[in-house]
Design a binder for this molecule. Structure first.
Ligand code: UD1
Length: 368
């Protein structure tokens, strides 16, 4: 029997990273594979639509673990994953990104003595207040194969003492999905539905706990967005976590008629919106990379980023959450003085293939 890989995914930003790796392995004969969805994200708009649009198959295993505190969610994930791993015994477990599902799968793989590969390894914000940073550090510590998107990832791992033989720079798998779907996305009617014209609106997303869990912090960010929406419509797909806090800010939202709140968008509609935006404001990690790949100006509403290449090479600027800084940076961009960017090396649509080849080599060696 062919050696096979178990892919574990669970939350929205995982799906566009797994899809290209899945496709690349499927197009070659060397390895088998199975897909496991933990159910960390479970809403139709946070999960199902992504599977359909990214061409991912129905998962072989669906755990339906759902939400909870970090400890509850991670513990539930581990209990369920351990049973699957004991039953299935894959030759390799592949995890992507930095969500709690990634962490739980890494811990389970390590304790079951099954080799672990981490796609998107090496990213660091150096901010342990971010739950994802804790996840990234632990997963990379446990991984046997660390597949990095950019040179900063390699350097971070070497600085932490990771054996360089385990580090393979494959490029950015998420950008594979973007490149594969951009044309299809731009044919969607997402702009028309909102009565928007290309390059005449902004997109806003917010979901980091540090930005959205406290109504006072969220209110301050919205103060910065107020000026932007006085200049052009701002489309704001609202994450479920953010929705919970926005309820307390109805007065503020009432004074922002050009802030267009919509439900979380599917992959294609969202790409349709972001690719034709004049400006994106976000605290998402993935969107910092997508805007760099699209050449769309991005203001990141955080003090730090685990994706510094989007600042050093791409269109991204870190502006934090001070309303004055948000306004000043947006003014520059709307005045046509935004910073130009270039597309980093390895963001070429072939990263999934490089991951597949790396897995083949790794398993060839491990099993010979
Ligand atoms: C998770 C990831 C984060 C990622 C984000 C993308 C961790 C630690 N965080 O954060 O890195 O950027 O996903 O969305 O893994 N909820 C729903 N429907 C869903 C899923 C969640 O309503 O399908 C609500 C629940 O109230 C839940 C809350 O959203 O408690 C937060 O969900 P959770 O998975 O805990 O974290 P995210 O904030 O989505």
């Amino acid at each position: 029997m062919r050696p096979w890989v178990l892919h574990v995914c669970g939350a929205r930003p995982n799906f566009m990273k797994v899809a290209p790796v899945w496709r690349a392995i499927a197009s070659r004969a060397e390895l088998g594979q199975k897909l496991l969805h933990t159910g960390q994200h479970y809403d139709e708009k946070m999960s199902d639509v992504f599977f359909a649009e990214l061409g991912l198959p129905v998962p072989d295993v669906a755990l339906g673990v759902g939400s909870g505190s970090h400890a509850e969610q991670t513990a539930k994930l581990m209990v369920e994953l351990e049973k699957v791993v004991a039953r299935e015994r894959p030759q390799l477990i592949s995890v992507v990104g930095d969500v709690n599902s990634t962490l739980a799968a890494a811990l389970v793989a390590a304790k079951a003595c099954i080799p672990l590969a981490h796609v998107e390894a090496g990213l660091r914000s150096f901010d342990r207040g971010m739950p994802e940073e804790v996840n990234r550090v632990v997963v990379d510590r446990l991984a046997d194969l660390l597949l990095t998107p950019s040179a900063d990832g390699d350097a971070n791992l070497r600085n932490e003492g990771v054996d360089p033989k385990r580090i393979v720079r494959v490029g950015n798998v998420m950008i594979d999905s973007l490149r594969a779907q951009l044309q299809t996305a731009q044919l969607r009617d997402a702009l028309a539905k909102l009565k928007l014209k290309p390059k005449s609106y902004a997109v806003l997303t917010l979901h980091r706990p540090a930005n959205v869990d406290d109504p006072q912090v969220l209110a301050r960010i919205l103060d910065g967005v107020r000026w932007v929406q006085s200049q052009l419509p701002v489309v704001f797909p609202v994450h479920p976590r953010t929705r919970a806090t926005l309820g307390a800010l109805a007065d503020k939202l009432g004074g922002m008629p050009n802030l267009i709140r919509v439900d979380p968008q599917g992959y294609l509609d969202f790409l349709c919106l972001t690719s034709q935006a004049r400006l994106v404001l976000t605290d998402s990690g993935g969107l910092q990379e997508e805007t760099t790949a699209l050449g769309v100006p991005c203001l990141t509403l955080r003090q730090n980023t685990e994706r510094p290449i989007t600042v050093s090479e791409g269109t991204n600027q870190l502006v934090g959450t001070d309303p004055k800084r948000i306004r000043a940076a947006a003014e520059e961009i709307l005045a046509g003085k935004g910073k130009p960017g270039r597309i980093p090396e390895g963001w070429d649509g072939r990263a999934g293939e490089r991951v597949a080849r790396t897995y083949e080599r790794f398993l060839g060696r491990a099993l010979s």
